[in-house]
Write a protein that binds this ligand. Structure first.
Ligand SMILES: [Mg+2]
Length: 266
């Protein structure tokens, strides 16, 4: 395959992969968005590139809102590091089970306990889907029989959850109920990078939660911990405008990220 020259911003990573970290969001970044999230897949060319990146780079990680084990199944590579649940879980290369972020404390079951009290018939009436993500419960209305009604119900449930001490996070046609605590994709990659040999890093993402990771790269570059930090924004019609505004490099959709990964893979 002819690999086009990658953006020059990535030159410091290409110059010394053994001191570089490659971090990517999953859905909408590595895997195209699909109507049913369980059908998401990373294209073969992306998987091949990531496998080689894992062998050559100081750190290769996928950072997702999904459970870490689910993210690993979708990518199909055991040798990457997976941050799951927006930083609440960490699954190390070849590890059988994820470990929890210490910030979670004793609140790991709060969201699940709240969701257990919701009326299933009310959710079914509009097609609002619940996803149990361990410490996080997600409310999905993409593809619901009544998308507008499902979104309204999600917002009402979110209000009740908030009153019970849970923290709301909004994504693309999804509202997540999370336990309290200062955990996000940014805090997760900050601790990953700090504990790694990487002195340069890139992060690719498409959605609002990825802005936390962009901010973490800013902090690490600002403190001097990273010599180079490259933010790659994967743009889409549904994604937030801030992704392009705060990125150093933008690409249109997951398909356009693959040539960059292939170039990094060498
Ligand atoms: Mg995404």
């Amino acid at each position: 395959m002819q690999v086009p020259r990658p953006p020059t911003a990535l030159d410091p990573l290409l110059a010394d992969p053994s001191s570089a970290a490659v971090l990517c969001d999953l859905d909408g970044t590595l895997a195209p968005i699909v109507a049913r999230p369980e059908l998401a897949r990373v294209p073969d060319a992306g998987r091949v590139a990531l496998a080689r990146i894992a062998d050559r780079y100081a750190l290769a990680a996928v950072v997702s809102g999904r459970r870490a084990t689910v993210a690993r199944e979708i990518v199909g590579l055991e040798k990457l590091t997976y941050v799951g649940n927006h930083g609440f879980e960490l699954l190390l290369p070849n590890a059988p089970e994820p470990r929890s972020a210490p910030e979670l404390g004793g609140h790991g079951e709060d969201a699940r306990g709240f969701a257990a009290g919701l009326a299933a018939d009310e959710l079914d009436a509009v097609g609002l889907r619940l996803e149990d993500k361990g410490p996080i419960v997600a409310l999905h209305w993409r593809g619901a029989a009544d998308e507008a009604g499902a979104e309204r119900l999600a917002e009402r449930i979110g209000g009740e959850a908030s009153d019970r001490g849970l923290v709301l996070h909004r994504g693309r046609m999804v509202l997540e109920l999370r336990p309290p605590g200062e955990v996000d994709k940014g805090t997760a990659i900050e601790s990953l990078l700090t504990g790694s040999a990487a002195t340069t890093a890139m992060y690719a993402g498409d959605d609002r939660t990825d802005l936390d990771a962009f901010a973490a790269l800013d902090r690490l570059a600002g403190s001097g911990r990273l010599g180079t930090a490259v933010r790659i924004g994967v743009t889409s019609a549904e994604g937030p405008g801030e992704i392009a505004e705060r990125a150093d490099v933008t690409v249109e959709g997951p398909e356009a990220l693959i040539p960059i990964l292939a170039a990094l893979a060498g």
